[in-house]
Design a protein around this ligand. Structure first.
Ligand code: HEC
Length: 205
């Protein structure tokens, strides 16, 4: 019985000691430090924040791949996709295109999206992609239009990240081909299907 009481006492003392050790570290809460954007007369400009070293870049923002991030090299739109052309890329492009572009440009890129059909306030109608001029544009041009806007069309840079801009640009090419495939570029199999599905097989140049 006596032993039990002694053990209990020892336990209480040990607990109290641990608690007091843990609780006494107020020095951790009062550290000499500088708060962001506070005044400071240590530096000549009177500010705590130090100016960034010239050319410093936050982690993950180096963006040294000019073609990928601007769609241009030496100020000219690139003709080659800077990402691998895969089925996944085109499917992603289709999905993103339908979300962001089809309301104006239409699902096939003919400029007949719902907004255009309803005649909602746009100073100029959405472009169709099926013109000789736009068919002849390098893929980087479409990336650039998405990034910087064009005429009355505003920039989508804040809403569509670079990866998705390329996916959409690649898909715009798909749409262009969908309305303007040259029959001599089709496989015999596809040509046969085409001839079966339509009696109007007028070939394009
Ligand atoms: C709110 C409507 C609207 C949306 C959404 C929109 N556009 Fe446009 N787009 C326009 C209009 C309007 C023009 C014609 C601008 C002009 O001529 O001033 C245009 C023009 C273009 C052109 C033609 C540029 C040229 O050289 O003639 C391309 C390419 C284009 N858009 C691509 C896209 C893509 C890709 C998306 C989706 C990321 C998109 N647009 C989303 C309204 C829109």
């Amino acid at each position: 019985m006596k032993q039990t009481r002694r053990r209990l006492l020892a336990l209480i003392i040990a607990t109290a000691a641990v608690m007091s050790l843990a609780g006494c570290h107020t020095d951790m809460w009062h550290q000499p430090k500088l708060k962001a954007q506070s005044a400071n007369n240590f530096f000549a400009d009177g500010k705590t924040d130090r100016p960034l070293v010239t050319n410093s870049v936050p982690v993950g923002y180096l963006r040294d791949n000019e073609a990928f991030y601007t769609g241009k090299v030496a100020n000219k739109p690139v003709a080659q996709l800077p990402v691998p052309l895969t089925r996944e890329l085109l499917q992603r492009g289709q999905e993103r295109y339908n979300v962001f572009c089809s309301p104006c440009h239409g699902k096939v890129g003919d400029g007949q999206g719902m907004i255009a059909q309803r005649g909602l306030a746009l100073r100029r109608p959405p472009a169709t992609f099926h013109t000789d001029r736009l068919r002849g544009m390098p893929v980087g041009y479409f990336y650039d239009v998405i990034t910087n806007g064009f005429g009355v069309m505003y920039s989508y840079a804040s809403r569509i990240p670079p990866e998705d801009r390329w996916a959409i640009a690649a898909y715009v090419r798909v749409l262009q081909l969908s309305q303007y495939a040259k029959t001599n570029e089709l496989t015999p199999e596809d040509l046969r299907k085409l001839q079966e599905s339509t009696t109007n097989t007028e070939s394009k140049p």
